[in-house]
Every structure is written in C-alpha cells, then in structure tokens.
Design a protein around this ligand. Structure first.
Ligand code: NAP
Length: 289
C-alpha cells in the first residue's frame, strides 16, 4: 500500500474503510492574524486534508476558506479534536456540536480526543476517556463523524479504550519527527491497525539544524524539512506540516521524488533525542531555554 503513495492526496484506508490522504496541512497558528488568508493559500497549494482543533481557534477560518474556494465540501478531509476542558459524555456532544457550527458543515471526516488526560494528576482518566469515546461512537453511528480516533495516547491509554470500545480507534496523532521517533507507541498502533499521524513533523523547526538531518538533506538534494516529512511518509505515518508561505507549502509536498535509503532511515530513527516539544500526556509540560 505504502508503495502506491505518490502524491499528498493519495490515500490510506483506515480500519473502518474510510480513505484518508497521506499528508495533511496543520492549522495550529495558521490564523494568528485572525484571517483565513493562510488557509486559503494552503487550499490553492493543493492541500485537501486539514487538521484543526477547537483549541486552535482555526475552525471558523477553515470554514471560510473552504467556502470561498468554491470546491465542494466532499473533496476535503476535515479533522478536528475534542479539547481537554470539554471531556465527558455530555460535554463531548456539546463540544462536537460547536465544532460543526464553527466548521459550517454537517459532518467531520475525523474527530479525535486531543489528550488522554485533562491534567497529569487527573486520577480518573480511564473513566473520562471512555465517556468521551462512548459519545464519539454515538456520533459516528449517527453519521456525523466518518472516523473516530485519538491524539497523544500512549499504549497504556489506548489499552483502556480497546478493552471497552464498540468501535476501534482509527488513528492516533503523536509528536513524531527525527529525534523523537515514538518507536514503542508507533509499533503498538501498527499491531492494532491504528494509523499513526505525526504532529510537529518538522519539530517546529527545532530539528532543522541537527547534524544528521542537514547531512541527509545535502545527500538527497532536498531541504531539511523535506527529510523530516519524508521520514514520516516512509514509516507509513501521516505528517501534518504547518507553514505560512506558498513556497514552503509547495516544498513540503515534494516528498515523492526521492527515497531515503534503509540505512539512513535507521540512523534517523535512532538519533539521540532532539527537538522534543516538552509535552507528554502523563507529565507537567517542560519548558526549555
Ligand atoms: P511543524 O509543522 O513541525 O512546524 C511548523 C513550523 O515550521 C512553522 O514555524 C513553519 O514556518 C516552519 N516550516 C514549515 N515548513 C518549512 C520548511 N519547508 N522549511 C523551514 N521551515 C518550515 O509544527 P506544528 O505546527 O507544531 O505541527 C503541525 C501541526 O500538527 C499543527 O499545525 C497541528 O495541526 C498539529 N499539532 C497537533 C498537536 C496535538 O497535540 N495533537 C500538537 C501540536 C501540533 P512558517 O509558518 O513561517 O512557514
């Protein structure tokens, strides 16, 4: 299947049969100027899969840009997420209704629980996750969500869902880039037919000057960002790069004209930790500087 992926809008098939493009455009901070301009540019650049979240406050701008594009809704793949403050059965239903209103649509293609715990010291997270999941399963059965999934869930969080769910999670979105390979969580998801996605796939620029990334960019005649994104694609992971300029958006789609050799993939997978965001679901956030 992975061999057939040749373009950012080529699709994988999720465990429920839904087709999902192999690269998304990430909308976090894509509307900081309080305008739909950057997302409009991303549509023009060819992206059709948009990753948003209630927390990003970009749902409304995405809706505006899609409307203005004149491209039918069905040609887009829209993913959004349930924020930490909205966890719970009734809360999930309410938050999802707000997301649909913001997006001016009657369904989303993918809806994720943003984090498994509202705070690292939250003891009753297993029950809370299951309450959210039950609400999402109902919304899925009503046809309002085409696929349901997780974000920032590690194997011990996913086990809880798998033990009690009616509908299995279709995806899990994790921080993944060279220097943060999340090997254990990726392997677990693959074993359970859960498609992995990479957030901060270029480490929010923190890994672009890493020695190995620079060396491989020179070797393959591409940019360090392309090495990071190709690294995800070759692992069968869906990267969600965000960028603000047409030039970078286009560069970030040029991922199929080169292939990273096996030995170099091993080197990228095993390089010392670099560019970690400081976020972990079970820990207080670490701030660097
Ligand atoms: P990212 O995509 O790794 O990095 C974005 C940064 O890299 C921006 O500063 C961008 O600059 C720059 N950039 C983009 N393309 C470049 C290129 N070709 N060369 C050099 N620099 C380049 O980080 P992210 O925004 O944190 O993550 C991407 C998406 O993942 C988010 O938008 C969001 O959808 C998702 N996400 C999810 C979670 C979660 O908890 N599930 C957490 C974080 C993010 P310019 O904008 O100036 O081009």
């Amino acid at each position: 299947m992975e061999n057939k992926i040749k373009d950012i809008n080529d699709c994988y098939t999720l465990n429920n049969g839904v087709k999902i493009p192999c690269v998304a455009y990430g909308t976090y901070k894509a509307a900081d100027g309080k305008s739909a301009e950057i997302i409009r540019t991303a549509i023009e650049a060819g992206y059709r899969y948009f990753d948003t979240a209630a927390f990003y406050h970009t749902e409304e701008y995405l809706a505006e840009a899609i409307k203005e594009s004149g491209i039918p809704r069905e040609e887009f793949f829209i993913a959004s997420k349930l924020w930490k403050d909205d966890m719970g059965y009734e809360e999930t239903k309410k938050a999802f209704a707000e997301t649909l209103r913001n997006l001016q649509t009657d369904y989303v293609d993918l809806y994720l629980i943003h984090w498994p715990l509202p705070a690292p010291d939250y003891k009753d997270w297993k029950r809370l996750d299951l309450d959210c999941w039950r609400a999402m399963e109902e919304l899925y059965e009503e046809g309002k969500i085409k696929a349901i999934g997780l974000s920032n869930f590690l194997p011990h969080h996913i086990e809880n869902i798998l033990e009690h769910c009616k509908i299995k999670p279709a995806v899990n979105q994790l921080e993944i880039h060279p220097g943060y390979s999340q090997e254990a969580a990726v392997r677990y998801c693959e074993e359970h037919d859960i498609r992995v996605q990479a957030w901060s796939p270029i480490g929010r620029q923190r890994v672009l000057k890493e020695e190995l990334v620079v060396e491989l960019a020179e070797k393959y005649h591409v940019s360090p960002a392309q090495i990071c994104l190709r690294y995800s694609v070759q692992r069968g992971i869906i990267p969600l790069p965000k960028s603000s300029s047409m030039e970078r958006m286009i560069q970030n789609q040029d991922l199929f004209s080169f292939e990273i050799e096996k030995e170099d993939m091993y080197r990228l997978e095993t390089m010392p930790q670099a560019g970690w965001s400081g976020e972990h679901p079970d820990r207080e956030r670490v701030y660097f500087e």
